[in-house]
Design a protein around this ligand. Structure first.
Ligand SMILES: [Ca+2]
Ligand SMILES: [Ca+2]
Ligand SMILES: [Ca+2]
Length: 221
């Protein structure tokens, strides 16, 4: 269920929101036969503005961008699944087979200012040689998809947390596009707003703390 922390995140996200409240959450890039079910799922705090946010697909051989998509227009938001204040939305590329290269390659998530929010590679290390990620080495996923993988499978972040670094990539399993992953629990952090820790006992108290410069104000009787 949605917890008070995540409600607060949405409430205050216009004040200060961390870049890592949106991240790449699931990837399917190859399977047996034609790769007609490729997709990338992103997870983000519900209400996060996707204006200018893009996925850049990097060729591991050259380090350059071979495909770009704008999430504000290309995500299947209608399939979203808000859970714990998060939205899971997938970008499907299955209209055209073999659009997502099979590794070692990389995918970057960038915002409208070309700031790298997330940058992952699969099948091997990838360092970007152009685009917003120029000079950066992607975070290598610990798992890969096999060339004979099931078309309905994928690689998904699993574990408990709120930020991509709190999860680990799980091996191939049944895909969950636009839904929370199998083996994944979204937990709301104690420090969701900027870098300011919030120790809260009730939503009302937490709002007061925030508005009073984090001075502890006991809840009204
Ligand atoms: Ca592929
Ligand atoms: Ca294939
Ligand atoms: Ca999923």
């Amino acid at each position: 269920m949605a917890g008070p922390f995540c409600i607060l995140i949405s409430l205050f996200r216009t004040i200060s929101i961390q870049d890592d409240t949106i991240f790449i959450n699931e990837v399917h890039y190859q399977n047996t036969g034609p790769d007609v079910t490729e997709f990338v799922e992103v997870a983000f705090v519900t209400g996060y503005s996707l204006a200018g946010v893009r996925l850049l697909f990097y060729d591991g051989g050259t380090g350059s961008v071979y495909k770009t998509t704008n999430l504000a227009t290309d995500l299947s938001i209608s399939d979203d699944d808000p859970a714990n204040g998060f939205t899971f939305a997938s970008y499907s590329v299955y209209s055209f087979q073999n659009q997502v290269r099979n590794g070692p390659d990389a995918i970057a998530l960038v915002d409208g200012s070309d700031t790298i929010i997330d940058f992952i590679s699969y099948g091997g290390e990838v360092t970007a040689s152009d685009g917003p990620a120029f000079g950066q080495t992607a975070r290598l996923m610990e798992v890969v998809e096999a060339s004979n993988a099931n078309p309905t499978s994928s690689l998904q972040l699993g574990g408990s947390g709120f930020r991509p670094t709190e999860f680990t990539w799980q091996g191939s399993q049944t895909a969950t596009p636009a839904s929370v992953n199998s083996g994944q629990t979204i937990t709301c952090p104690n420090s969701a707003i900027g870098n300011t820790p919030l120790i809260l006992s009730s939503e009302r108290q937490s709002v007061r703390e925030r508005l009073d410069g984090l001075e502890i104000v006991p809840p009204s009787p």
